[in-house]
Design a protein around this ligand. Structure first.
Ligand code: PMP
Length: 405
């Protein structure tokens, strides 16, 4: 039994009153999720009772902190079903994970004229990271267009491959349209051309089970804070064969084996990519968050959220003059919308006054906004603790704002 009311008890912030409205209706989960007690308490406990820098100490606390940190890595490995914990690199989040791959993969394998395939629905982090490489190395960005329904144009994707294609970097789920991309097929096609694939999992890993071995992706990135974990920690999964062959991202402590003034040898995986003191307390928080969702069951979370999104699509679809962006089917926990010609900022601000938190703007996807022919949208995004009553509150709020205009 998925008992959402009991689950909500684990998230103290959901009991907040905003502008006298109780309880807060938090529908900005695609930006960041709230944290359960177990995550915050584990981190507090580590700071109070265990804290010491990891990996370098012979003393008890350092060993205990190291043990916790490495067990967290194992928890991530198991969550993604990666083959080995050495394929799990801790980063600050999806953005850093993508930048790491863009920089280091391009350094090793891309020359002027080589191409990366991305799509029109990417988050800026999966556009600008490659543009920086473009400016430095003269690579080219090839872009998979979208259909009017908000799906990737798979025929166009197939046509983009040529002898210069070196990597595909694609989002698993759109943070604006909610489209769940057919990444298994995308990966199969890329592999037929001997091209590796980076999957941006920022909006997928929190919502359904991801099995990197089943997907056969070469790299997979996600952020802890969108998955009930703290800010400042994220993950890059990479197949060992790639992580072994690409150079380090940053230099510093931890990523080395030996250093002389003339020459440095690098540490083993994954430490080669983890220069400096890692956020070992955040990794504990991440592990507790992954344990939390795993105990609920990713399949149960997925079913709950899909039900919620279908309900929201139906209820919001009844609002006069509403326009919902993105596909009707094959979508995940994000609903971008506009109502008539009400500006998204007005809508967001007035909903906020009703105690309903949604996001407004371009959602770090300006090329997609251009494709949709809008400056911005309102976006409601759902998490494991949201309820049908909150959808009703959102719909009632939108109706109220619509009548004001
Ligand atoms: N990719 C997608 C699809 C996202 O939704 C986001 C966050 N909005 C990111 C990448 C970047 O994530 P972060 O800011 O946590 O690095």
């Amino acid at each position: 039994m998925y008992d959402v009311e009991r689950i909500r008890e684990d998230f103290p912030i959901l009991k907040r009153t905003i502008y006298g409205k109780y309880p807060l209706v938090y529908l900005d989960n695609a930006a960041t999720t709230q944290k359960p007690r177990s995550v915050v308490e584990a981190m507090t406990d580590e700071y109070y009772n265990v804290n010491a820098n990891v990996h370098r100490g012979v003393h008890f606390l350092s060993q205990q902190a190291t043990d916790l940190h490495e067990r967290s890595r194992e928890t991530v490995r198991s969550f993604l079903n990666a083959r080995s914990a050495s394929e799990i690199v801790f980063t600050r989040g999806t953005t850093e994970s993508i930048n790491l791959v863009a920089n280091c993969y391009a350094e090793a394998f891309m020359r002027e004229g080589d191409e990366v395939i991305i799509s029109e629905m990417e988050h800026h982090s999966n556009i600008v990271s490659w543009q920086l490489v473009q400016a430095r190395k003269g690579i080219r960005l090839r872009v998979i267009p979208l259909t009017d329904e908000g799906y990737l144009d798979m025929e166009a994707y197939r046509q983009l491959f040529n002898e210069h294609t070196r990597i595909v970097s694609i989002t698993h789920v759109s943070n604006v349209l909610g489209t769940v991309n057919p990444v298994e097929e995308i990966i199969r096609i890329a592999h037929d051309h001997d091209v590796p694939v980076l999957v941006d999992g920022a909006q997928s890993a929190p919502h359904f089970a991801v099995d990197v071995r089943k997907l056969d992706c070469d790299f997979f990135a996600f952020s802890g804070h969108k998955l009930y974990a703290p800010t400042g920690i994220g993950v890059l999964y990479g197949k060992e064969k790639w992580l072994d062959r690409i150079p380090p991202y940053m230099g510093g402590g931890e990523m080395i084996k030996t250093v002389t003034m003339e020459k440095t040898t690098y540490n083993d995986l994954p430490y080669k990519f983890e220069a400096g003191t890692p956020d070992y307390v955040a990794s504990t928080g991440l592990a507790r968050a992954l344990e939390y969702v795993s105990a609920l069951g990713m399949a149960h979370i997925e079913a709950h959220e899909r039900d919620l999104v279908q309900y929201a699509m139906r209820r919001m679809g009844e609002i006069e003059d509403v326009h919902i962006f993105g596909p009707k089917d094959g979508r995940d926990s994000v609903i971008s919308f506009r109502v008539g010609d009400i500006h998204h900022l007005d809508m967001g601000t007035l909903l906020d006054r009703l105690g309903i938190a949604v996001r407004t703007g371009h959602h770090c996807a300006e090329p997609l906004m251009r494709r949709l022919g809008v400056e911005g949208t309102c976006r409601a995004s759902f998490a494991l603790y949201n309820t049908r009553a909150e959808v009703d509150a959102l719909v009632a709020g939108i109706e109220r704002v619509r009548k004001m205009f």
